[in-house]
Design a protein around this ligand. Structure first.
Ligand SMILES: NC(=O)c1ccc[n+]([C@@H]2O[C@H](COP(=O)([O-])OP(=O)(O)OC[C@H]3O[C@@H](n4cnc5c(N)ncnc54)[C@H](OP(=O)(O)O)[C@@H]3O)[C@@H](O)[C@H]2O)c1
Length: 263
């Protein structure tokens, strides 16, 4: 029997979201899948229906708070919500010309996730608990970038750090109300987001494998799922160095690739 009967995933049209949707697809499961690219989202929906799932597609931008609240509110009972949509463009500094990009990356990676998680949290607290006492689960896809501020991707790191911190801090009071929160912090995953990177990516992993690790962590009720463990450990260690030293070391590394199509 399916672990979750009703699941909502943002950013399901590509990469990790696509892999999560397909991994969760089975008879008896309804998947609410979100994205902006209609053709890619439809292709994911076809794969999920082929595995027996019922699929409802939602074309919406996570920066649109009203659309996210409407989506979470209209979906009916939700066992699992995964705020996965994100954009990874690198921004070398915060000059005036780049101010809009800085704000936009926060809008997608931080506000965009909160636009979905907050209404989902509200709705889940009002749901009846299941036999295990759990009313629902919410996962935020942050990143190992949350652990280590990197000069090549300052806004991405900051947005993911804030998302991780909010999720971890809220997990304890949420659990007392029957809602399980999980912050997901992946390392490098092979998706269109990393395809443009022209530098070595330690621990690079396929999206299907990442999806399996994420879903195991969510099912186990983990507050944070950070993987691969050795990349997470290295990021944590780097974060403990004096910032001037880590900044000097990391500024030699190339920045995160820009992805104009995701803006
Ligand atoms: N790949 C990695 O190495 C890695 C590592 C750590 C964390 N992450 C995080 O994992 C998540 C998924 O990334 P990915 O690697 O799977 O990237 P991806 O293949 O580029 O997919 C990104 C997804 O987010 C959606 N999205 C982007 N901006 C959006 C917006 N404004 N409104 C609605 N949807 C939007 C995209 O939908 P459309 O294309 O349809 O607009 C797409 O479905 C992101 O939060 C990312 O930061 C990735």
């Amino acid at each position: 029997m399916a672990a979750y009967k009703s699941v909502l995933i943002s950013g399901a049209s590509s990469g990790i979201g696509h892999a999560l949707a397909v991994a969760l697809a089975e008879p008896g499961v309804t998947l609410h899948l979100g994205g902006r690219d209609a053709a890619r989202l439809a292709a994911v929906a076809v794969s999920c229906r082929a595995k027996g799932a019922t699929v409802a597609e939602r074309l919406a931008d996570v920066r649109d708070a009203a659309a996210m609240a409407d989506w979470a509110g209209q979906a009916g009972r939700l066992d699992l919500v995964i705020a996965n949509a994100g954009a990874g463009a690198g921004i070398p500094d915060g000059t005036a010309e780049q101010a809009w990009q800085v704000r936009d990356l926060f809008a997608v990676n931080l506000d965009g996730a909160m636009n979905l998680m907050l209404p989902a949290y509200d709705a889940m607290r009002a749901q009846a608990p299941g036999p295990d006492g759990v009313r629902g689960r919410i996962a935020a896809v942050a990143s190992l970038a949350a652990f280590l501020p990197t000069p090549g991707a300052p806004t991405y790191c900051a947005a993911k750090a804030a998302l991780d911190a909010w999720t971890v801090a809220t997990a304890t009071p949420a659990r007392a109300q029957g809602v399980i929160l999980t912050s997901v912090c992946p390392g490098y995953i092979r998706t269109p987001m990393t395809a443009a990177n022209r530098f070595p990516m330690p621990g690079l992993m396929d999206a299907d494998r990442a999806a399996a690790i994420i879903l195991r962590g969510i099912a186990a009720g983990r507050v944070r799922v950070a993987f691969p463990w050795w990349v997470a450990a290295a990021a944590r260690f780097g974060g403990l160095l004096p910032p001037r030293l880590s900044g000097r070391i990391l500024s030699r590394a190339p920045g995160k690739a820009g992805l104009p199509e995701h803006r």
